[in-house]
Design a protein around this ligand. Structure first.
Ligand SMILES: Nc1ncnc2c1ncn2[C@@H]1O[C@H](COP(=O)(O)OP(=O)(O)OP(=O)(O)O)[C@@H](O)[C@H]1O
Ligand SMILES: [Mg+2]
Length: 543
């Protein structure tokens, strides 16, 4: 169980959440959906509940073990094998390593006493190993990994060699493994999962849903995946960025949606009433102001009206939605980007080979392929960020690329929001950049914020703003809708619909492909091409 009492969460000087009392509590059997707009404070709050961050005020108590999946993958020891990383959740990797060492010693020791000692030690370790689930646990770990789309081959690789998406799946597997004891018994672990479905294919998401439905400990999940919320959660905490409060709904997702829309209708009514009051106050004040004796009263009235107005405005600004428009592309030749004979291997593993392609001016292409087929790798090559083993990229006349990376690696975490944009387009005028950032909802003190401290959705927004400022004529987009809340996602997709330049898209989000309305697909690993048809939507979900 996790309980937060009188919790207050801040970011800089802003209060993200103030929750008096002990309403924020997760008990075994509670499956909480923690939701709210991008930047509302979901990640920050969850970190604090997990014990990885300190609240500004209040206390958090934890009476069970906690399995926490952060939104950004942690670094850690990259030389560790993926398999060992998962097993380490229950300390099994260390026991196994020690047992292996002792085996060698037992064989080597000539001295009988020393050998007996090693044998005894080995026996103790084996006991501990089996009390923790032993070899069954090892296969349990492998089963979880496979269900999340991690093949055995990958499990025996060091983390360093895995893609960002694969590493994140290893982390998820590790946490789920820590929460399951394999025998169907009660583990009681409280799971805290921040966007667990990013990087997962449809099969894995299905499996995850089942796992979470059967989880007997508590659960808090942050997700923009509506289907997951619908099938898993029985409580909803809605973080309201405007009021800095959490609304607690003890009900499932469908009922919550109804209750929310009722609440919102009520707030709209209250707002309309407040606006009426403000204008009545102003009229009154005008009338009073005409009489000298009533000037002070009139002033007070105006001040009250202004205060009410300011509160209403704050709400309006915070609820604003980015109206994003991609740039008019710089002019270019007929085929701004070509590639021939591209191939890539990691060690003995051939990812793809002999891929040819031509991106015509204004054309729209989706790259398809299963997990690990090399979609991100191909996009990075087209962006000029990674060298192919064979073949070449041939830039056409006037080519201007805009690359959007899955893990936001186009952003410099240490630089401020403002400097990131300035370096992305050094030639643009300051005023132009300011209004561009405004259109993407970055204003005031947030311009000075280091990009590394932005929320997941805010990072996505900033990276997209960087693209917009560059007048690119070929956009290379890798999962541009990950991390976006539903409203922001629609904005980005709208911008895609009207963009005039060429787009090469990698996505797990069928809605994103539909919005792009592509002409062609390129299938990895073989690089074959086909006309777009609706049937490919299914493949996108699988990938
Ligand atoms: N050091 C800081 N200074 C100022 N603001 C900060 C700082 N660190 C974080 N923030 C802000 O706190 C807010 C909450 O961030 P958080 O990551 O918790 O949001 P979130 O609800 O998880 O959003 P998302 O859905 O995009 O993941 C964001 O607006 C972020 O920019
Ligand atoms: Mg977040």
């Amino acid at each position: 169980m996790i309980t937060a009492t009188d919790l207050e969460v801040r970011a800089g000087v802003r209060t993200l959440l103030s929750a008096p009392g002990s309403l924020l509590r997760v008990q075994p059997g509670d499956r909480v959906g923690l939701v709210g707009r991008n930047g509302a404070g979901k990640t920050t709050t969850m970190r604090i509940l997990a014990g990885e961050g300190e609240p500004y005020a209040g206390t958090v108590t934890r009476s069970t073990s906690v399995g926490y999946l952060p939104q950004d993958p942690r670094e850690g020891n990259l030389d560790q094998l993926a398999k060992d990383r998962v097993l380490s959740a229950r300390g099994l990797d260390e026991i196994l390593a020690k047992m292996e060492k002792l085996q060698v010693q037992m064989a080597e020791h000539a001295d009988e006493a020393a050998r007996d000692k090693a044998i005894r030690k080995y026996g103790n370790l084996e006991d501990r190993f089996s009390s923790l689930g032993g070899y069954a646990a090892e296969s349990e770990a492998a089963r979880i990994c496979n269900s999340l789309g991690l093949e055995d081959r990958i499990l025996n690789q060091p983390l360093r060699t895995l893609s960002g998406g694969q590493r994140r799946r290893v982390e998820l597997a590790r946490i789920l493994f820590s929460a399951s004891d394999g025998s169907g018994g009660k583990s009681g672990t409280t799971l805290l999962l921040d966007e667990p479905t990013n990087h997962l294919d449809a099969d894995s998401i299905n499996w995850l849903r089942g796992f979470l439905q059967n989880h007997d400990g508590g659960l808090i999940v942050i997700s923009h995946d509506v289907e997951l919320l619908d099938s898993v959660v029985n409580k909803v905490w809605f973080l309201d960025a405007v009021r800095g409060e959490a609304d607690i709904y003890n009900m499932d997702w469908k009922k919550y949606l109804d209750a929310r829309s009722t609440d919102e209708a009520r707030r709209r009514r209250e707002r309309a009433n407040a606006e009426k009051k403000v204008s009545a106050l102003k009229t009154q004040a005008d009338k009073l102001g005409a009489k000298a004796t009533k000037a002070a009263a009139a002033k007070n009235m105006l001040r009250r009206a202004e205060r009410m107005m300011n509160e209403l405005d704050a709400e309006r600004v915070a609820d604003k939605v980015a109206r994003i428009k991609f740039p008019s592309p710089a002019s270019c030749g007929r085929t701004p980007l070509m590639a021939s004979g591209l191939s890539k291997s990691y060690g003995s593993l051939e990812v793809f080979t002999g891929v040819d392609l031509a991106i015509d001016k204004g054309s729209r292409v989706v790259i398809l392929g299963l997990n690990g087929a090399g979609k991100t790798t191909l996009l990075r090559m087209l962006a000029g960020m990674e060298q192919p083993d064979t073949g070449q990229i041939e830039p056409g006349f006037g080519l201007k690329r805009g690359y959007f990376a899955q893990e936001h690696d186009t952003l410099d975490d240490k630089l401020s929001v403002w400097d990131n944009i300035r370096f992305a387009s050094p030639d643009a005028a300051e005023q132009e950049l300011r209004s561009l950032l405004g259109a993407f909802m970055f204003t005031g003190p947030q311009l000075e914020q280091p990009a590394g401290t932005l929320s997941g959705g805010e990072k996505t927004r900033l990276a997209l703003a960087g693209l917009v400022s560059s007048a690119a004529n070929v956009l290379l987009l890798d999962e541009p809708t990950n991390n976006l809340d539903p409203v922001s996602r629609e904005q980005v997709l709208d911008a895609l619909r009207t963009y005039e330049g060429a787009v090469v898209l990698v996505t797990h989000d069928p809605g994103a492909a539909e919005a792009l309305n592509p002409e062609r697909i390129i299938m990895l690993p073989d690089g074959s091409e086909d006309h777009w048809s609706e049937e490919y939507l299914e493949l996108i979900q699988l990938a």
